[in-house]
Ligand binder design. Structure first.
Ligand code: S3P
Length: 172
């Protein structure tokens, strides 16, 4: 794919640790498009980290902010957006993305996700838990939603460049 093929925002969805931000940034560079991370936008808008939002106001409050931020980001401009792992599970957000954007589900084995999230312990849903167990449960619960994405790409090996190539092929 080249930039001119793409007429909608490309939105990366999938579980924590799969590499949505890293891969999204590289994909955007390859396509010459802007890159935006929805968690970063939520942090900018609220002046708090995702962890602080969960801790101070709870998950429902975070989800409400997430829904509004993503709706604002999908403004007709072509760009690459990385979403937080739970965003596409919310019906309103999912329907908006499926209608106005191209959803790319990035998917990897739980062992790979566990390894990646364990490097940085910033995720409120994984705090004081066994991340392998929580990620397995989330994978099962969220699969029916992630499966609705128009594109499904595996990203197991940690070779992000290869994953980017696969996404580019799928978008072409
Ligand atoms: C969440 C994923 C996180 C962040 C929040 C909740 C989730 O984003 O939005 O901690 O529900 O899966 P990443 O997928 O970028 O870690």
């Amino acid at each position: 794919a080249t930039r001119s093929h793409i007429d909608k925002p490309v939105v990366l969805v999938g579980l924590m640790g799969v590499g949505k931000s890293t891969i999204g940034r590289r994909l955007a560079t390859r396509l010459g498009l802007p890159f935006i991370d929805s968690d970063d936008e939520i942090e900018k808008a609220s002046g708090m980290t995702v962890g602080e939002l969960f801790e101070n106001y709870g998950e429902d409050y975070f989800r409400d902010g997430e829904r509004r931020v993503i709706a604002r980001l999908i403004d007709g401009a072509v760009k690459v957006i990385a979403t937080g792992g739970g965003a596409f599970v919310q019906q309103e957000t999912r329907e908006l993305i499926l209608k106005e954007a191209i959803a790319v589900w990035l998917d990897a084995d739980i062992a790979v996700l566990t390894e990646r999230v364990s490097r940085r312990n910033t995720r409120p849903l994984l705090r004081d838990t066994d991340p392998h167990m929580v990620l397995s449960e989330l994978a099962e619960k969220r699969r029916p939603f992630y499966e609705q994405a128009q594109i499904h790409v595996r990203s197991n090996d940690g070779a992000h460049e290869e994953t980017v190539e696969r996404i580019l092929e799928a978008l072409a």
